[in-house]
Design a protein around this ligand. Sequence first.
Ligand SMILES: Nc1nc2c(ncn2[C@@H]2O[C@H](COP(=O)(O)OP(=O)(O)OP(=O)(O)O)[C@@H](O)[C@H]2O)c(=O)[nH]1
Ligand SMILES: [Mg+2]
Ligand SMILES: [Zn+2]
Length: 319
Amino acid sequence: MRRPHPDAARIISAHGRQAWVQTRLGGLALCHLKGRDLEPLANDWVQVDDPDRPTVVTDLLERRNTLYRQEGQKIKALAANLDLVLIVLAGEPRFAPDAISRLMASLIEQSIDFQIVLNKADLPEALATANELIATFQPVAPCRPWPVVQTSTREPKGLEALARVLQPLARADDQACVALVGQSGMGKSSLLNRLVPDAEAQTNAISTALQSGRHTTTASRVYQAKTEGGLGLQVVDTPGFQRFGISHLQRDDLERIFPEWAQISEELGRCRFVNCSHDHEPDCQIQFKISQLLDSQPAAGQQLESRRQQWLRLLQASS
Ligand SMILES: Nc1nc2c(ncn2[C@@H]2O[C@H](COP(=O)(O)OP(=O)(O)OP(=O)(O)O)[C@@H](O)[C@H]2O)c(=O)[nH]1
Ligand SMILES: [Mg+2]
Ligand SMILES: [Zn+2]
């Protein structure tokens, strides 16, 4: 997102009543927050007392989007003003497909584009496991599956393909921002270190705990990446989550990750009830389609039925 105001400053990371702010000249300054209500996030745009030598964050500028997740009763936010989220998955440890579906629904609700990155592609068993799990949240044909880029930070592998995904976002003014998001242990920080080779130096520069590969990330933090040709991009490393609550989402948000339902309605007509949950209702076209397939093509029928079960779990989680 473009700098909304010539004097606006970017939040690099937020820590309680303090935050690291990027100065107009590109340096970093630890600032206090004015007032109790200011709760800036990584990559927020803020107003400061002095853009060259900031000491106080005085105001929060409007957010274009926010990456929210819910943990128990609390709504937590991971970062703001994102142009793209890289959803990082791996087979070891195994990621949870429902958590990823929930994340995707949250991103769609906030109009944040995403790209799935399947990491640890150097481990054959983990790769096979992950591909099986990914298949469970992919829309069933003829709907199009979400594209997946396979990477390994060890070998390394697939990093050029990932760079090609990011290239259109890299700009001379460095303002676009991509976030690495996913469960703990998937390799987000390892990917960050590949995308931003001097990430450790940037971390050390603000003397927080060193985030080497083996250390779990505890707070979101913005890093400056340079791509070929001197173009720049901001990359946010976020802490991994175990659960991804979605009670802030509506049914419409969930429907976008189940394009099969719209496709079946187009093919067979609508369910009798407008708000049909495709569960127990009479004259449900989704259930009709599944029973038809189970007779004629059992494997396809089972695939669609497992998507319906996933839908019901998410619907339950969002209400
Ligand atoms: N085999 C293999 N291991 C990897 C790869 N990428 C990361 N790892 C390992 O996976 C473990 C977790 O990596 P991190 O980068 O810390 O994972 P993270 O997603 O940042 O985890 P959190 O900060 O806890 O959310 C480390 O031991 C890494 O060395 C990979 O491509 N292949
Ligand atoms: Mg990490
Ligand atoms: Zn229905």
